[in-house]
Design a protein around this ligand. Structure first.
Ligand code: ATP
Ligand code: MG
Length: 448
């Protein structure tokens, strides 16, 4: 049980809307609890990210006691309650049948018992219900003890729970990574990696991203590798695991070293994927010629299967593709400009961040990595401030003007000429004036 001081702290964390919903349901004679992540985080002394509420009131009863609601998955018992600018999900206690299609329960049914509802939840630390007003904690599976032991443990028989919904295998490692907990050995033994192929790309994507973004990604990533889930989801990692273990360790170390933004974490995790198949030893020296290109090709397949949005995919792939850029302090301004043009002004600093993490992940000194890259970054900053031509949109002329001067009809040729003009201008940004580009085009017309 919680000490009195803890209850007061818990109560102070509740947003006003959460308090209102709990009070309203209880004043109408229903029970109402916080469930899922909220009790878990509160018992750990953290502020919850979201507030899932559960009640014995049926969806129609929930709708009846609140002024404004949005039906959400009423069949599954969820109603969204609107309180001012806030919306909260209230779900009726429910039990679930078997998962014969491995995706959805065959049936759900409402139950008056909070214990039945907790039985369908994945891990003991997620199977807690907390009533902060009546100061009650419902903990049928030893969730509090496991929070104290810092242990992720399945509710019930692990094998059966993972078979019902194989995504839980990923969630097992996700909670280890986000909380910095251990996974129970018996639970891990219930994992059958191949079953993960029944789960949709989107669901896998979201859990994997949470592992990559977590405070301790290495726990989850090492676990995924150990139990075969990594290669079951992404066969591209088979050669990585067959290669010497330093490669996988380097990928994980780079993930840890890079800023926690999804696109950066994914780029870090995939950036050297191609090293396993491009390794060559010549005269005692190891080379990985073209591994950046191979990595980008392999990464493209993974990101597409996981249904990432096109823009996200392109950003990650650009970083992976060009991560071997030479960060040579003696680089000429023209070479620097070509690099910025190639990766785009909006991605160049991400690329430097990847390089920094790559260096740290190789065992380099953090300060050394920062020092040379900071000087590099300052030069790029100056370049970006001083000049304005980094994409074709920045050109002082547009397609219509090209068509007029060269007397061309609309078509692919116009784009090709714009690309040529762009290339010519990036050699020397002083050229980006209407008059000078017009001269360039007229000269071209005369030549033809
Ligand atoms: P967070 O929101 O901080 O990521 P959470 O524990 O709230 O963590 P959610 O995915 O929001 O995770 O799920 C809320 C609760 O619903 C979980 O705590 C768990 O009790 C239950 N739950 C969610 N997904 C599953 C699942 N696939 N199988 C069983 N129970 C689940
Ligand atoms: Mg949640």
């Amino acid at each position: 049980m919680l000490a009195w001081g803890r209850w007061r702290w818990v109560r102070r964390q509740l947003p006003a809307a959460v308090l209102t919903v709990l009070q309203t349901l209880q004043s109408h004679g229903y029970s109402a609890y916080l469930v899922g992540g909220a009790p878990r985080d509160l018992l750990l002394g953290r502020r919850p990210q979201d507030w899932d509420l559960t009640t014995d009131a049926r969806p129609e009863q929930v709708k009846a006691v609140f002024a404004q609601t949005i039906p959400l998955g009423e069949k599954f018992g969820t109603v969204r309650v609107v309180i001012g600018d806030d919306q909260l999900e209230v779900t009726t206690f429910r039990r679930e049948g078997d998962y014969s299609d491995r995706r959805h329960p065959d049936w759900v049914e409402f139950t008056p018992s909070i214990r039945d509802d907790l039985a369908r939840r994945d891990f003991t630390i997620n199977a807690l219900a907390l009533d902060p007003l009546r100061q009650q904690l419902v903990d049928p599976y030893g969730g509090v003890r496991d929070l104290q032991r810092r242990l992720v443990k399945a509710v019930g028989d692990p094998r059966q729970r993972f078979t019902e919904d194989p995504l839980r295998m990923l969630r097992f490692y996700r909670f280890q990574s986000t909380l910095g907990f251990r996974g129970e050995t018996y639970t891990e033994q219930g994992i059958e990696a191949e079953a993960i192929t029944q789960v949709s790309g989107e669901r896998i994507r979201d859990e994997l991203t949470k592992i990559l973004m977590a405070a301790v990604p290495e726990i989850g990533l090492a676990g995924l590798a150990r139990c075969g889930l990594l290669t079951a989801m992404m066969p591209e990692f088979i050669p990585v695991q067959a290669a010497d273990p330093t490669l996988f360790r380097h990928l994980v170390a780079t993930v840890k070293a890079i800023k926690p933004e999804a696109r950066l974490r994914w780029a870090a995790f995939l950036h050297d994927l191609g090293k396993a198949t491009t390794k060559k030893v010549e005269n005692g020296q190891t080379h990985y010629y073209g591994h950046d290109k191979v990595s980008a090709e392999l990464a493209a397949g993974i990101l597409e299967r996981l249904r990432f949005a096109t823009e996200f995919r392109q950003r990650v792939l650009t970083l992976v593709r060009w991560h071997m850029f030479p960060a040579d302090p003696g680089m000429t301004d023209a070479a620097l400009r070509r690099l910025v043009v190639k990766v785009g002004p909006d991605q160049i600093f991400d690329l430097l961040e990847l390089r920094r993490a790559d260096l740290v992940g190789t065992g380099g000194s953090y300060y050394q990595a920062c020092d040379s890259l900071t000087r590099f970054a300052r030069r790029i900053q100056a370049l970006l401030e001083g000049e304005t031509v980094f994409t074709r949109k920045d050109l002082a002329v547009n397609g219509r003007e090209v068509m007029e001067i060269l007397e061309l009809p609309p078509g692919p040729e116009v784009g090709a000429i714009l690309a040529e003009v762009f290339h010519w201008v990036t050699e020397d940004p002083e050229r980006n004036r209407k008059a000078r580009i017009y001269d360039f085009l007229k000269e071209k017309r005369q030549k033809n």
